[in-house]
Design a protein around this ligand. Structure first.
Ligand code: PNS
Length: 163
């Protein structure tokens, strides 16, 4: 059983994230979508709301679980016996942060059995410029985010922003 952890803030989950989940399931037997409990970042949606939205968005998809985690990602990944960490890579602008994170996680995992590698997947090109931050900004200002998030999340965003 090859397990992958797909960690992130998912505030909220977008079609780009869901595209990565689908791709990861082609490679791994199980994908655990791991929602980070707030540490430095303040989020629009609570952890519980974010988990519920992802669960609804992936409902019926075999092999996906949604959980939250706190503390070091490598410790959580080890506790789940994960073979790899999954991250999406959209554009060159993502690269520096992702490179830093992958090498830090590899370093941190050295003390436990073997390195924990990060596998990068590219979403469909139509999601290249999509981010949760952009979706929130557009929704806050009354724009249509229907192409970028499932429709029930577009409705939740409207509600959050009192529209
Ligand atoms: O969606 P994001 O905000 O880019 O996700 C970032 C996340 C949650 C994957 C990252 O901040 C993380 O792994 N946090 C857990 C703490 C940790 O392990 N930090 C050291 C490695 S960067």
């Amino acid at each position: 059983m090859r397990i992958a952890i797909y960690p992130g803030s998912f505030d909220p989950v977008t079609e780009g994230h869901l595209d990565i989940v689908r791709r990861a399931l082609e490679i791994f037997d199980r994908v655990i979508v791991a929602v980070a409990r707030p540490h430095q970042k303040s989020t629009l949606f609570s952890v519980e709301e974010r988990i519920r939205m992802i669960q609804k968005a992936v409902s019926g998809r075999k092999g996906v679980r949604v959980e939250s985690f706190s503390g070091l990602l490598v410790d959580y990944a080890r506790s789940k016996k994960a073979a790899a960490i999954i991250r999406g890579l959209r554009a060159v602008s993502d690269f520096e942060y992702e490179f830093q994170m992958a090498l830090m996680n590899r370093h941190l995992s050295r003390k436990s059995r073997g390195h924990l590698e990060t596998v990068y997947l590219m979403p469909d090109e139509k999601y290249t410029y999509l981010s949760s931050t952009m979706v929130k900004e557009v929704a806050r200002l009354g724009g249509d985010v229907g192409n970028f998030v499932p429709s029930f999340i577009a409705a939740e965003l409207k509600k959050k922003f009192g529209r």
